[in-house]
Design a protein around this ligand. Structure first.
Ligand SMILES: [Zn+2]
Length: 85
């Protein structure tokens, strides 16, 4: 099993969301639609959508594909739950 990660928008470091999946191309189908995690890197809470998750070890190619700023929506920085807003 492999840790599911998001990239912290503050530190740009990968942080585990607390879920583990089998590392297949379709791993996202085993995840909930979205969730939140208390970030180990910056100690804020981040909300994630499963389309934005990455597998542990995949962060190198993710960065190479254009980096974090272009891909993360602003709500990551606001710390608000998009469902309630
Ligand atoms: Zn963070």
């Amino acid at each position: 099993m492999t840790n599911v990660m998001i990239l912290c928008p503050v530190t740009e470091r990968p942080v585990p969301v607390g879920l583990q999946v089998r590392p297949t191309r379709r791993y996202r189908s085993d995840l909930p639609q979205s969730g939140s995690v208390r970030c180990q890197a910056c100690h804020r809470r981040h909300y994630w959508d499963r389309r934005e998750t990455i597998l542990e070890g995949a962060t190198a190619s993710w960065r190479r594909d254009g980096g974090i700023q272009a891909k993360l929506p602003a709500r990551y920085l606001l710390g608000r739950d998009p469902i309630q807003s």
